[in-house]
Design a protein around this ligand. Structure first.
Ligand SMILES: Cc1ncc(C[n+]2csc(CCOP(=O)(O)OP(=O)(O)O)c2C)c(N)n1
Length: 364
């Protein structure tokens, strides 16, 4: 699937010029600069997380670099108590709801990290692809039944659209008119599979037709366009005047600049030239150019923002690093009662730990 700007909803082009004045969201200067700060914070967090993974302080990390415009633009369009369910790469959505040490704890192997998002109306991270889509529809259905006028936004990748859960969730949402915003981050790849391997449809957005809902294809590298289409989708979800709620499928055409995770090497399946072409469309660079051109950002403010986000990320890394890892806890959260085979593995693991300490991890 190509990136053809003429076929996407856009507000800004690659140079940060406004290409569609009518679509320009009505946002204060403070909010626009806030969006930029959150995008930079997300990119910086991402880089630091990869660094500390390399130092052995995180198990595996999924970089979201390149996708900040889609994540932050869409999340700014929500009310603070709208629900967010995300996959594992959309750190920007968490950043908008306030990034703290708890989030990093998840990546450092502490179950407490998952629970840290509950009071931010963010569900725990979801590794099992597309499993969270039916949950998102259920959550939205609950809002509809309660009449609390909350929308539920669910993030997933292009690969997730090949799962049965995607189709079941879309079907249920269409039939029961749940206030769900399906936000597909089409970053071109599902690990080593290009999006062309996922579907024979022309686009992902077109699938909305089959389920009787609106489908929108937006430039995922343009935070303002992502804001605008999500705002519209969220309004359609709430519809307070009519008391009717409607779901929407948004396809944000974006790109993952880095590896699938720190356990992956993308050079074996995709060309460096492709990455370079997409880097020209970097959402951060274009948004920065827009803010500078319109007099909302200068070197002084930029340096202030950079210093502030560096301090913030350093502080949460220090705080999260103080927590002692508890390797035994890896057996704790999948089953209420461990099946005999896992119980046996747990016993074996504990006796290795007591005999060899941390060396136990290095033994065959
Ligand atoms: C149900 C399930 N099947 C397979 C996997 C292995 N897996 C992990 S990530 C991934 C690719 C997902 O791609 P996509 O949905 O496009 O999201 P992206 O990683 O590109 O953000 C797969 C197949 C999994 N985690 N869950």
């Amino acid at each position: 699937m190509d990136y053809d700007p003429d076929e996407l909803v856009r507000v800004l082009d690659e140079e940060g010029q406004v290409v569609d004045e009518a679509a320009m969201p009505d946002l204060s200067d403070e909010t626009l600069v806030g969006m930029y700060r959150d995008m930079r914070l997300t990119r910086h967090f991402d880089q630091r997380a990869i660094n500390i993974q390399r130092q052995g302080r995180i198990g595996t990390f999924a970089s979201g670099a390149g996708q900040e415009g889609a994540q932050i633009g869409s999340t700014y369009a929500l009310a603070p108590d709208d629900w967010i369910l995300y996959q594992y790469r959309e750190h920007g959505a968490v950043v908008v709801r306030d990034l703290d040490a708890g989030y990093l704890e998840y990546w450092m192997g502490h179950e407490s990290g998952n629970a840290s998002l509950a009071d931010k109306h963010v569900f725990p991270l979801n590794i099992a692809i597309a499993d969270h889509l039916p949950h998102a529809v259920g959550m939205a259905w609950a809002s509809k039944l309660k009449g609390d006028e909350r929308a539920t936004v669910v993030h997933f990748g292009d690969g997730a659209t090949s799962e049965g859960d995607f189709h079941e969730a879309m079907n249920f949402a269409g039939v029961f008119d749940t206030p769900t915003v399906f936000f597909c981050n089409n970053n071109g790849w599902a690990i080593s599979h290009p999006v062309e391997n996922q579907t024979a449809s022309d686009t992902i957005a077109v699938k909305a037709d089959a389920y009787g809902m609106e489908g929108i294809r937006v430039d995922g590298m343009d935070p303002l366009a992502c804001y605008a289409v999500t705002k519209e989708a969220v309004e359609r979800a709430r519809d307070p005047d009519e008391g009717e709620t409607r779901p929407t499928l948004i396809e944000a055409v974006t790109y993952r600049f880095g590896a699938h995770t720190t356990a992956d090497d993308p050079t074996v399946y995709r060309d460096d030239e492709e990455v370079e072409v997409w880097k020209e469309r970097d959402p951060l660079t274009r948004f920065e150019a827009f803010l500078r051109r319109t007099g909302r950002l200068d070197d002084e403010l930029d340096a202030e923002i950079q210093a502030d986000i560096e301090d913030h990320v350093a502080a949460i890394i220090d705080e999260a690093s103080e927590k002692e890892a508890d390797p035994e806890s890896m057996f704790d959260y999948a089953y209420a009662d461990l099946p005999p085979e896992l119980e046996r593995q747990r016993e074996g693991f504990l006796s290795m730990l007591s005999a060899y300490g941390d060396e136990a991890f290095l033994r065959e």
